[in-house]
Design a protein around this ligand. Sequence first.
Ligand SMILES: *[C@@H]1O[C@H](CO)[C@@H](O)[C@H](O)[C@H]1NC(C)=O
Length: 146
Amino acid sequence: MGINIKHQCSFPLVFLATATLLLAGQATATATATVSDLCAATEYKPLCRATLKGITDPNAAIEASINQVILKSKHAYFRSRTMGNDETTEICKEMYDDAITDLENSLKALKAKDKGTLDSNLSAAISYYSSCDDSYAEMGQESPFS
Ligand SMILES: *[C@@H]1O[C@H](CO)[C@@H](O)[C@H](O)[C@H]1NC(C)=O
């Protein structure tokens, strides 16, 4: 999976990228990487380690990452409601809402060990966040996640 996250992207993308990295690690039969090794592979070592502090089980790490993003998405959703009603904010409010649904589906899929559903829901959520980050960046505004 080649997800490249730029520094100016919002935190949820970073956490989701971490989750997908963990997934990718699990998918590899030869993977012996620990959670801390996986953090070492990211550009966001401190963030990754802070989120996954003390967690060594990859499933628990993915769950912690997703929960973190759901929490941040809910904050962003409420914050975006106070940001006026320009077109970008309107579209992004819906996208955050959809992203939360996808993330909740991801958690269910994780518990059901349904990797395909987990992967597709996580990818969908990531694309919502990317679109909104891009839209806000194009308008020269900060995304409500920042
Ligand atoms: C997310 O998971 C649900 C099942 O919980 C599935 O019906 C839906 O198609 C998935 N969404 C995406 C974008 O893959």
